[in-house]
Design a protein around this ligand. Structure first.
Ligand SMILES: [Ca+2]
Ligand SMILES: [Ca+2]
Ligand SMILES: [Ca+2]
Length: 166
């Protein structure tokens, strides 16, 4: 898991991509995380089919499917729960990439946990996350705005194309 998560990182470096501004480490691990989520057969590459599947999922996927996809992306250590650090890291990284800084990551995280973490354990299960997002339009809108992954996708796809051409 660890080794192969480094591949997209190397691909970006090899291509001489300047990388996202701001907290580069977080942004890079976010790209890694996106990469892992899209690399459905786990061979370390995003192939054309995986790319299309990911894009079509984002564009017209059923809402439960999208939320599951977000959850998988946010749950960085893969323990089946999202904690505040994971959520804040991912939102900070997304803002570094998308240059969307309308809301502070800490505020987004606080708002989401306040409304969604019903038992207040400081962790979100998949059920809480899905029910919470569906039950709160403001959270859903925020997720949609933040999760416009088009810039990240182009980075990944460019890196993949550059690699293929070698
Ligand atoms: Ca693959
Ligand atoms: Ca986790
Ligand atoms: Ca909870």
């Amino acid at each position: 898991m660890k080794e192969f998560s480094l591949r997209p990182h190397h691909a970006l470096r090899a291509q001489g991509h300047p990388g996202p501004a701001g907290n580069e480490r977080d942004a890079t691990s976010y790209v890694d995380q996106v990469f892992i989520t899209f690399d459905m057969d786990g061979d370390g590459y995003i192939d054309f089919v995986e790319y299309i599947a990911a894009v079509s999922l984002m564009l017209k996927g059923e809402i439960n499917q999208k939320l599951k996809w977000y959850f998988k992306l946010f749950d960085q250590d893969g323990n089946g729960k999202i904690d505040k650090d994971e959520l804040e890291t991912i939102f900070t990284a997304i803002q570094d990439i998308t240059r969307n800084r309308d809301v502070l990551p800490e505020e987004i995280v606080a708002l989401i946990f306040e409304k969604v973490d019903v038992k207040g354990e400081g962790e979100l299960t998949l059920e809480e996350f899905i029910e919470g997002a569906k039950g709160h339009h403001d959270i859903m809108d925020m997720l949609k705005n933040l999760m416009d992954l088009t810039p990240v996708l182009s980075i990944i796809v460019e890196a993949r194309i550059a690699k293929t051409k070698k």
